[in-house]
Design a binder for this molecule. Structure first.
Ligand SMILES: [Zn+2]
Length: 416
């Protein structure tokens, strides 16, 4: 048994506790509350005192592509240091650069992504995996969450072959604390038939879905007309333009479903999304690269659509830090949402999006002892603490991250 103590405990779904503490045993939280009360009830238990810091749940990056973590270096080596602002140019560059990289480099990149994320206080990810051969890398870190195997294509036979490869992966658990999901890539890289194949496969194996949806104006145009700038992608891939692009996202069924981005979602579609049981992962920094469209945040909240935050990949985003994403989101959406709600989206909301609500995302008795420790921002008071944590500029890395009661960092002296 051990007590973890700090100046503040921020459980997210309960009020801030001054001089707070967690009582932990066997990787689980036995109690969360004031240090005074816990020490009185459990005298003699060893105390780890983090001092002038806040204990709060880990960040959750509900949408990323960790295998692309080293993309900026790959692009530079390929002579493509400039990232295009045009979405279709960007995808074409991504495909070109990715073809210059072998599977060992992808494995190293995924490894870096996992540990960069942990160092930024992220304890769980919703990671899109394209290179199925890199699966064993996940077990080299304590990261929690869900791996969504990516599938795309407009030919039924190639999608069937890909799903057979995915089925072979599903035979093994990827790593402790990680589960499988399926990511039909986007409505412009599958047609109704191939998306139907992916949905049927997900239903058969009860896999949660994650699909890029309503990301750009180009996508909206393509789904409406089967033409526009995305035709260039079809020409480059040698694909036949679809007569019938998908026009509505797959319902989640009982196994969970996420729409990624939803930046161009029309208000009229939002009730359908809520009824379909889908959550939305906002990726504001990535969206800001390709125009100024912001997801209809207020309407999504009004409709009760569960929200989470994601960084997307290092191919379109400057870092894998959800703290940085949160600071950007807070500023980009201006006063649309208060900081307490933003922090809940980045922690509790992310955990729910990945099916982890019973394990992490809050600090309460019975949950896994998964938490981060972050220094109290200069001058912050109990009344201003959450605002200060969310504010632009507060991006100091966490002092510590614990998952299941164990320190989750690379260096021998960290978490002390
Ligand atoms: Zn993405």
């Amino acid at each position: 048994m051990k007590v973890f103590r700090a100046r503040y405990l921020l459980p997210i779904d309960a009020p801030l506790v001054d001089d707070g503490a967690l009582l932990v045993a066997g990787g689980r939280i036995l109690a969360a509350g004031s240090h005074h009360d816990l020490a009185a009830a459990h005298p003699g238990v060893a105390v780890v005192d983090f001092g002038d810091a806040v204990i709060l749940p880990p960040m959750v990056n509900a949408h990323t592509h960790l295998e692309l973590t080293n993309f900026p270096q790959w692009a530079q080596m390929a002579g493509e240091a400039l990232v295009p602002d045009d979405f279709v140019d960007w995808i074409l560059q991504l495909v070109r650069v990715r073809r210059t990289v072998g599977s060992e480099a992808v494995r190293a990149s995924l490894f870096e992504g996992l540990w960069d994320s942990l160092a930024a206080g992220t304890g769980a990810v919703g990671d899109i995996l394209t290179t199925l051969a890199a699966t064993s890398v996940y077990a080299q870190s304590p990261m929690q969450g869900r791996i969504f195997c990516e599938v795309l294509g407009v030919e039924a036979s190639s999608v069937e072959a890909r799903l057979a490869e995915v089925a072979r992966c599903l035979a093994h658990s990827p790593a402790p604390g990680l589960s499988w999901g399926l990511s039909p890539h986007a409505p412009y890289t599958l047609n109704r038939e191939t998306l139907g194949q992916a949905r049927a496969f997900a239903g058969e194996h009860c896999l949660a879905l994650a699909m890029h949806w309503a990301e750009t104006a180009e996508e909206v145009e393509f789904l409406a007309t089967a033409s526009g700038p995305l035709e260039r992608l079809y020409a480059a891939a040698g694909w036949k333009l679809p007569a019938n692009p998908p026009t509505s996202p797959p319902a989640s069924g009982d196994c969970g479903g996420l729409l990624i981005h939803a930046a161009h979602l029309k208000e009229a579609e939002i009730d359908d999304i809520a009824r379909a049981g889908l959550g939305v992962v906002l990726c504001p920094r990535s969206n800001s690269r390709f125009g100024e469209a912001r997801a209809p945040l207020k309407a999504l909240r009004r409709a009760g659509v569960p929200l989470a935050l994601g960084t997307d990949s290092r191919a379109s985003s400057p870092s894998l830090s959800i703290w940085a994403e949160l600071a950007f989101a807070r500023a980009w959406f201006a006063g649309d949402l208060d900081p307490v709600s933003w922090l809940a989206i980045a922690t509790t909301g992310g955990a729910a999006a990945l099916g982890l609500s019973g394990r992490m995302g809050r600090l309460a008795s019975g949950l896994e002892a998964s938490f981060q420790v972050i220094g109290v921002p200069d001058g912050a008071t109990p009344a201003t603490l959450v605002e200060a944590l969310c504010a632009e500029g507060h991006r100091a890395p966490p002092q510590a991250l614990f998952l299941n009661g164990e320190c989750a960092c690379r260096g021998p002296a960290c978490c002390l």
